[in-house]
Design a protein around this ligand. Structure first.
Ligand code: PLP
Length: 427
């Protein structure tokens, strides 16, 4: 029965039942973790062949350069040509770097602050204020980069096919608004897939700042579960709209091969790529091309990446199913929560009753179930409704996912019953 239809007596009973269930849960001394959006050991094992590549017979790239030496700032063409069609960036405009795309986001943001991006009247550090648009819920590390570099953040709602365009349009009329974060495919954390129409509008709309940039983070563009969405060719859309320099595209193999030893990618207009390589050349004398070549040999081509991603889906798909099953069987009838059913990516978003997310996470922690802090998916950790919880099911095994989710459901029920009882008492 929906929680709202329970009489005060029924509510008191539910609350007591859930309190007893929770006390039992605590008594089990669990140690479970649903915070980590990272691949499990079984997923990492899919790429173990990398550990014996490239081998002493592969010491040069196709152009004959020694991959063990300095140089080749843009990265090996062999690996760039595998990922170019997947993330829809021309090979010539794609750069391959070391193991973290987040590091590239940091670099491009820091260089924008220090030097200004292409077309900037001055470095962002010389502006009175720099503001980024942050579709919410979003990726906490994007927001942390902004905080680190003194960039203010304004949340806008992330709707079913991308950020609320009216809100974005209003904000980009301000000259201090210099950027927008976007995770266009299977967004972290709510799995949203941007439509091409939204992407076109984002790259077309007039902006007060000539140096406005969209940080287009393609972290999950090939990470399908039930979905099969192709990445959007956002650079062509921006070019057609007459704003070729508006977009920085990022991606990596972190959740394709090894999260700690993969390859990152940066793609953009020729002018942006020249800007990027100029500053990159000051920071490093060249990327890890041995890693580029071993990835190219292992993955072979875009179809090789797709085949590997299907094997990942076979491992993590059942874990997502378990999360959804438990949420449905334990929470649906009470009408106290809603959740996403993502077609890909790494997360499920659980929205609980307003004002209860922090309490749920606190209860879960008390029962030995680590959850990402409530509010983490919002700039400054501030979820104004205190209702969003991010569930990351990929890392634990299936038994642990089920146990953690059963425990979490108990916490949601208890927090909801507490809230409803308090509301009744206050009437
Ligand atoms: N971007 C998003 C949206 C992510 O969710 C993550 C990791 O969870 C990253 C970037 C990190 O990528 P990388 O490992 O390439 O630094």
């Amino acid at each position: 029965m929906p929680l709202t239809e329970l009489s005060p007596d029924q509510l008191a009973t539910l609350r007591q039942t859930q309190r007893d269930a929770y006390d039992q849960l605590v008594g089990r001394g669990l140690k479970l973790d649903l915070t980590r959006g990272k691949p499990s050991k079984a997923q990492l094992d899919l790429s173990n062949e990398l550990l014996s590549l490239p081998g002493p017979e592969h010491l040069t790239d196709a152009a004959g350069a020694d991959i063990r030496n300095y140089g080749g700032g843009q990265g090996l063409e062999e690996i760039r040509s595998i990922f170019a069609p997947l993330i829809k960036v021309p090979v010539a405009d794609l750069c391959a770097g070391d193991n973290s795309s987040l590091a590239l986001m940091h670099d491009t943001l820091a260089w924008s602050v220090l030097h200004g991006p292409v077309g900037a009247p001055r470095p962002w550090s010389k502006e009175e204020k720099v503001t980024f648009i942050c579709p919410v819920p979003g990726y906490d590390r994007h927001f942390a980069l902004c905080e680190e570099l003194g960039i203010e953040m304004v949340p806008v709602p992330l709707t079913a096919d991308g950020p609320d365009l009216d809100a974005v349009r209003e904000l980009v009329a301000r000259p201090d608004v210099k950027g927008l974060w976007a995770v266009p495919t299977y967004a972290n954390p709510n799995g949203v897939i941007y439509s091409e129409a939204v992407a076109r509008e984002l790259v077309s709309m007039p902006t007060a700042a000539a140096d406005f940039r969209i940080f287009w983070d393609n972290a999950y563009s090939v990470h399908h579960l039930s979905g099969a969405h192709e990445a959007i060719d956002v650079l062509s859309l921006a070019d057609q709209a007459g704003n070729p320099d508006r977009v920085f595209v990022f991606a990596s193999t972190s959740k394709i091969t090894f999260a700690g030893a993969g390859v990152s990618f940066f793609g953009a207009s020729p002018a942006n790529v020249a800007w990027y390589l100029k500053h990159l050349g000051q920071r490093t004398i060249g990327p890890d091309k041995v890693n580029h070549l071993r990835h190219a040999l292992f993955l072979r081509d875009a179809d090789g990446v797709k085949a590997l991603m299907a094997r990942h889906a076979a491992i993590i798909g059942p874990k997502f199913e378990i999360v959804l099953q438990v949420l449905h069987s334990r929470l649906a009838e009470h009408e106290i929560a809603s959740w996403t059913e993502p077609e890909g990516g790494y997360f499920i978003c659980l929205d609980v009753l307003p004002g209860t997310a922090s309490r749920v996470v606190q209860l879960a922690s008390g029962a030995g179930i680590a959850m990402t802090p409530a509010g983490a998916a919002y700039p400054y950790g501030n979820d104004p409704d205190d209702r969003n919880i991010r569930i990351a099911p990929t890392y634990p095994d299936e038994t642990e996912v089920r146990e953690a989710m059963e425990g979490l459901a108990t916490c949601v029920l208890l927090a909801s019953a507490e809230r409803a009882a308090a509301e009744h008492a206050g009437r």
